[in-house]
Design a protein around this ligand. Structure first.
Ligand code: ZN
Ligand code: ZN
Ligand code: FE
Length: 742
């Protein structure tokens, strides 16, 4: 008897075939294993009992970095194989998933610091279980000559390892050593000397630019206040937190629960944001006590820590404000020279740029803020099979795009805010790369309703050139469907979508929306419209939005004058009233993001947003749990009227109630609003599963309060776990929604 097993998922470039080979050999089985565009195909000649044992071992001991997403078994005819072989790869229709970059494994770390090993202190050590993948892949199938390692010819020893199926480096495409592989250099020094010198510079308080896995970082000593200040002023960044790199988990374990160790130490090696108390300089994260830690995830970073005196370094993206992370030597010297004159370069080219991924913690589990290196390109299987491939262009900020093919939706790495030429180039370039890598024949594009998003313009142009249809999906509906996609849900949910900006079906700016899906999607509640003076610009100036609310809610001049004086301005209330009265550049909005920022502006005295959601984050971070009565609000058919909330809140503020309490009361009130709206929807529809998406739900206090209140009333609550709640998830929602409709 014989069986054909097809294993689909991330099974190429992660040591899957040699693992299958060794497993089959150890069980004395005959047959073969090969890669194909349907996944790894295993032909086994055995009876059912042995098959079950094989499958059991396969699932239990699969290589650490493989991900089995789908497995099918078929009974077939015996081919009378006389041994077990690894066969040549097949090229067919179908899809080959591309492995993400993998943090250095423990075996390689051991060898890196073993003086008797031939790769002792070699900064590019890697094996089948670790090393660069997506960042160096130019074409598929994933073979050395199709990566940026092509120009490095393996020496005899490396080649022998590469060809030996029993070796940990069997078909490890980036395999190399000090004799045949890439090297690092700094100021005329090479190899270990360059790394030693780099460590010296950092310990001396210098900022150094260093080329890593997915791009350049700027690094400096995280215990050196002067260095941090210098980096802040050079980056023109007063508040946005910096990530801190450490050698390993041991250095930071006091900040983590044991459950989170695994994630911190994972092959994906993300930045993980945790609560910290004191110790590290406040200037690393001026707005709160949270710090994003990341482990030294490449051998180069490991070696750096080997020579460094400090145990903590700032590791921030090497880029100019809002531009993509720099990946090549020349651009680094050109763009990053304003930050430093020291560059630790290396000569292994980066083909696909990937930023570090960022997660925070919600409910003691990782909660995504940015998903890129270690995950991208991100494959997702939902219940939808895509006969025709779709392209979801995403939104404008924190953009990603998505393409579907067969049973997969593939989501790009993080691409950034599409408001400058460099990011736009990055988007276009990645579009071509991913389309080619996965060989996607796009038959339909989906865009946001917003005509000015670069993603919309690009996708429409692509559709026109190729004569294919364009579908438009409202922004917040896309948010909801992205979370449904993550959870493979097709119907029957309530969606609380709180967000900064998204063009609505009625041309207003939406963002405080509560939907439900029962057969079709219905917008059941939204924040009552107010005018947003200055339009999109008010996302940068939350104090103007605040004055806008006060003017529209009829606060008297005395109050407005007092608020103006908080921000050191005069007569701006008057100007804003004029704009609003005359309907000049003052679109209607139901944005919850703008509300949080306006309240944050007042309560934390944040006049200008340095980055997206800044004033809202400041507001969240000062809140202290108190026993409080919520502020008042009114539900009016389908509108949530917050003018009573403003009256109460301004009253508290003028009466000098501690800002920590006001902030908490505000959060608590919004959670109450969510609960009451969901109860009404449950009464009307019987639905009791509530999904939370939209950028506002990066606010963990709001999420926690809402979850608690809803769960105590018998609701089931679901938050993002795979993609961020912000606009990063829009593209996935676009593709999933249209797939479901077809
Ligand atoms: Zn390794
Ligand atoms: Zn070699
Ligand atoms: Fe959004």
């Amino acid at each position: 008897m014989a069986y054909l097993i097809t294993v689909d998922g991330i099974v190429q470039g992660v040591g899957f075939r040699p693992f299958v080979y060794n497993l089959a050999k150890s069980l004395g089985l005959k047959g073969y294993v090969k890669n194909s565009t349907f996944g790894v195909i295993i032909h086994l000649e055995c009876d059912e009992n042995v098959l079950l044992r094989f499958l059991d071992e396969l699932k239990k001991n699969a290589p650490k970095n493989s991900k089995i997403l789908d497995l099918t078994i078929e009974k077939i005819d015996d081919q009378r194989c006389d041994d077990f072989f690894i066969e040549k790869s097949l090229q067919h229709e179908g899809i080959t998933l591309i492995p993400a970059d993998i943090a250095t494994c423990n075996d390689c770390l051991r060898e890196l610091f073993d003086p008797s090993n031939r790769r002792y202190l070699y900064p590019f050590i890697n094996c089948t279980n670790c090393g660069p993948r997506y960042s160096i892949i130019k074409h598929i199938p994933y073979d050395r000559d199709k990566t940026t390692m092509a120009s490095f010819k393996m020496c005899v020893e490396c080649k022998t390892e590469y060809e030996n199926v029993k070796n940990r480096r069997f078909h490890a495409q980036p395999n190399c050593c000090v004799r045949c592989g890439p090297d690092v250099y700094l100021d005329g020094l090479k190899g270990v000397d360059a790394i030693k010198y780099c460590a010296e510079l950092v310990d001396r308080g210098e900022i150094v630019s260093i080329k890593g896995l997915g791009g350049y970082h700027l690094i400096c000593d995280a215990l050196n206040r002067d260095a941090i200040e210098r980096l802040r002023s050079l980056k023109n960044r007063k508040f946005k937190p910096f990530a801190v790199m450490v050698k390993d988990f041991e250095t930071v374990k006091r900040y983590f629960s044991d459950e989170l160790r695994e994630f911190f130490d994972s092959p994906e090696a993300p930045i993980l944001i945790v609560d910290t108390v004191g110790f590290l300089p406040k200037s690393i994260s001026p707005l709160n006590r949270k710090i994003g830690f990341i482990k030294a995830y490449t051998p180069l970073h490991q070696l750096l820590f080997y020579y460094l005196k400090t145990e903590f370094i700032i590791a921030t993206s090497g880029n100019l404000k809002d531009e993509p992370i720099v990946i090549d030597e020349e651009t680094a010297e050109e763009k990053l020279s304003r930050f430093t004159r020291y560059f630790l370069h290396h000569n292994r080219p980066i083909h696909n740029r990937v930023d570090d991924s960022v997660f925070t913690i919600f409910d003691n589990k990782p909660y995504p803020i940015r998903v890129s290196r270690g995950f991208a390109p991100i494959p997702m299987i939902t219940r939808v099979f895509y006969k025709d491939s779709l392209f979801g262009a995403g939104a404008g900020l924190k953009s990603h795009f998505a393409m579907s093919k067969g049973k997969y939706i593939i989501i790009s790495q993080y691409l950034g805010d599409l408001d400058n030429a460099e990011t736009v180039d990055f988007y276009e370039e990645t579009f071509i790369k991913i389309k080619n890598l996965f060989d996607v024949d796009i038959k339909k594009v989906i865009t946001d309703l917003h005509p000015d998003y670069y993603s919309t313009i690009f996708a429409e142009k692509y559709a026109e050139t190729n004569g294919i249809p364009v579908v438009k999906l409202q922004h917040h509906k896309a948010h909801l469907y992205s979370l449904m996609a993550e959870n493979n849900i097709t119907d029957n949910v309530i969606g609380v979508i709180f967000d900064g900006t998204g063009l609505g079906d009625d041309k207003a700016i939406w963002g405080g929306e509560i939907f439900y899906v029962k057969g079709e999607i219905k917008r059941r509640f939204h924040l009552k419209y107010v005018k947003q003076p200055g339009g999109d610009a008010s996302a940068k100036t939350p104090y103007k939005m605040l004055l806008g609310y006060l003017v529209q809610f009829g606060f008297d001049e005395g109050v407005i004058k007092k608020v103006e004086s908080v921000f050191g301005v005069q007569n701006e209330g008057e100007v804003i009233k004029n704009l609003i009265d005359k309907c000049i550049n003052s679109p209607l909005t139901s944005s919850m993001g703008r509300l949080f920022e306006a309240v944050g502006a007042l309560i934390t005295n944040t006049k200008i947003n340095e980055f997206e959601g800044h004033a809202a984050i400041a507001l969240e971070s000062i809140a202290k749990h108190r026993n409080v009565k919520p502020y008042r609000y009114r539900l009016d058919v389908n509108e949530i009227d917050i003018s009573p909330l403003f009256e109460d809140l301004i009253g508290d503020y003028l009466n000098g109630l501690p800002v920590e309490t006001i902030s908490f009361k505000f959060h608590y009130t919004i959670a109450n609003i969510i609960l009451e709206c969901c109860k009404i929807i449950r009464d009307e529809t019987g639905l009791d599963t509530v999904l939370f998406s939209g950028g506002v739900f990066q606010n963990l206090l709001l999420l926690e309060l809402s979850f608690k209140r809803l769960r105590s009333c018998g609701f089931k609550t679901i938050s993002h776990r795979k993609l961020p709640p912000n606009d990063a998830s829009i593209a996935l929602g676009q593709v999933y929604f249209v797939g479901l409709m077809e």
